[in-house]
Design a protein around this ligand. Structure first.
Ligand code: HEC
Length: 273
């Protein structure tokens, strides 16, 4: 009898080791898969007006005042046991390390210089950024003071690897591929200002279709008239009395830098959907 129990116990242990190893290695294969970036010819500039527009855009899109730390020095962006530790790297150093073409491929195509996909960076949303906007942002980052700070490297636990295997999470490069937006200029060409802003600045949280992801479906924005919508974008004030949390932070740190004209365009687009 005891012998049988021991056998079953050993069998279960073996099975667990097998499953864990399979998930680990399967995830590793997806993480290490390489992609081929499309060649893009992005020009950069060091004109002061380009740099100051880049600074405004870097805040709106959360490069600074958001994911990569206040001064883009890099930080732990997300950390949860068994899931992942995601590091948003030091951008003041990345611009020294990488060429403009490599930076373009990371931001808009989700492909790092070693060919691997970004994991965490919202490249699918940014694949719609125009050449002009992206080169302004890169001009600003290049002109920013260099900060000596090493935030470390991302690592992925069993749950994140399982999510990658089941398709719950998709590598950024894969997402960009699937929306066929690798060539940014054609993908955002027909868009009005409002749609462009929604897809580039809101979709990272509200989903690429704006139908909800970890923020709600943006159909909810129809309840906002222009005045209320402006208060939401500048202060994070909700019209329905909903207790907003992350949205307060993004409004006050990032969207406060949208112009009145941009808020109006965004409002018009969200009303028209
Ligand atoms: C960093 C993530 C993030 C970004 C970027 C973001 N949102 Fe949100 N938003 C949220 C979350 C999360 C909520 C749910 C409430 C909360 O937790 O604050 C929300 C809620 C909202 C709501 C509902 C407010 C209510 O009345 O309940 C609206 C409208 C909204 N966002 C509009 C926008 C628009 C427009 C943009 C782009 C300009 C945007 N959001 C960008 C995370 C984000």
């Amino acid at each position: 009898m005891k012998k049988w129990l021991k056998r079953i116990g050993l069998g279960l242990l073996g099975l667990t080791v097998l499953v864990v190893t399979t998930i680990y290695i399967g995830g590793e294969i997806i993480i290490n898969r390489t992609y081929e970036p499309e060649a893009q010819n992005l020009l950069t500039s060091s004109r002061p007006d380009v740099i100051s527009e880049g600074e405004r855009l870097a805040k709106i899109y959360g490069c600074s005042e958001g994911c990569h730390g206040k001064d883009m020095e890099g930080q732990v962006f997300f950390e949860q046991a068994f899931l992942a530790k995601i590091i948003a790297p030091n951008l003041t150093r990345a611009v020294e390390q990488y060429s403009t073409a490599e930076l373009e491929a990371i931001v808009r195509q989700g492909i790092k210089p070693d060919g691997k996909s970004v994991l965490g960076m919202p490249s699918a949303s940014f694949s719609y950024l125009t050449d002009n906007d992206l080169s302004s942002i890169l001009a600003f980052i290049s002109s920013s003071p260099k900060i000596n700070h090493d935030p470390g490297e991302s690592s992925f636990g069993l749950l994140a690897r399982l999510g990658l295997l089941t398709g719950q999470y998709r590598p950024g490069a894969k997402e960009v591929e699937s929306i066929q937006a690798g060539v940014n200029t054609s993908s955002s060409a027909g868009m009005g200002k409002g749609e462009y802003l929604a897809i580039t600045a809101c979709s990272e949280c509200h989903g690429l279709q704006l139908e909800g992801d970890f923020g709600p479906n943006l159909a909810i924005a129809k309840a906002y008239d222009l005045e209320a919508f402006t208060a939401l974008m500048r202060d994070g004030k909700s019209v329905g009395g909903n207790e907003l949390d992350l949205m307060v932070l993004v409004s006050q740190k990032r969207f406060i830098h949208l112009t009145d004209h941009e808020i109006e365009a965004l409002h018009g687009f969200l009303q028209s959907r």
